[in-house]
Design a protein around this ligand. Sequence first.
Ligand SMILES: Cc1ncc(COP(=O)(O)O)c(C=O)c1O
Length: 362
Amino acid sequence: MSKNIYVTMPTLAPLKEVDAYLQQVWESGVMTHNGPLLRKFEHDVAEWHGMQHHTVVVNGTIALQLAIRALGIKGEIITSPFSFIATTSAIMYEGCTPVYADINPETLNIDPANVEAAITNKTVAIMPVHVFGNTCEIEAIEAIAKKHNLKVIYDACHSVGVRYKGKSVFAYGDISCTSYHATKMLNSGEGGGCYTNDAELDAKMKRIRFFGFSEDKTNVVEEGSNLKMTEVHASVGLANLKYLQAALADRKEKYMLYKQLLSVNPKCHFQRINDDSCNYSYFPLILDSEETLLKVDAALQAEHIFARRYFYPSLNTFTDIVPYVKMPNSENIASRILCLPLYFTLLQEDVERIAKVILKTL
Ligand SMILES: Cc1ncc(COP(=O)(O)O)c(C=O)c1O
């Protein structure tokens, strides 16, 4: 029987390299409390991206919530219906209202024309998503934000390692939020980070992360909470950081191989990539119909290959939490998109076998 192949597996450093960091934790007895390894992880990942200000928190969802809270905004936030539920739930958790603007069906990112059309006198911010690590139309989004005096918070949870016009993609917007979840390009098990170019905003996020204490801890100056990453998670993240460059190169290679193998069939469509500004962290295959997708998924499962319908369904259809407003592009893409297995330890022969099963089914 062939082995099970899952849609993703974490990129993990050798255990002994994690252990070297854990030794420090055991020796110092500092398990958390904004400890030295959290600060090193925060610094080293920021430095890797060429960024100065980075506030590490427990996960990417909390990073999005922290960004909204630190900017002190309340009202409507225009966002993408084609994302993971965390984008919408972070907005709602902070007492704001998500308003969807439909995507461009080729890039899968929010369409700036639809953003502008969704603006009302209650709009306070735009929260675009760099879907699958493919950078949004940054200039158009920032021009709209400037014209209407709106904040921009990027959901950059897929975007570790991505550069745009000579800088990290995290350098754009008022705040860019990312995820260091086990499934992401860089992982600390669970983890997230907020990036900004504004030193005061960064300091505010660090105060909120730590119960709202002032820097000298003599006073409480913000409505804060406990958003800190533990030293154990920072240890995992630090060990894994050493392999980030290799993981990025490997992802691109396997992405290109899938694309080359599958593009022979006209029923296979691919996300239009913003050249040089994508980390190829996922391989989304867009089929011609949901019916074809279900056939392909079943054929893969019969071979113990577990792809994932991602993102599915379109967020505007979760009517227990949001009112339904039709988003034709997002709903259409969500019904026929399948993310194929893609991770560091996946073998080239696995990619070839997966492509073969798909082509045979089509
Ligand atoms: C687009 C997007 N936003 C936000 C999140 C939330 O990140 P986390 O799982 O670290 O909370 C995810 C996680 O998968 C995501 O894919």
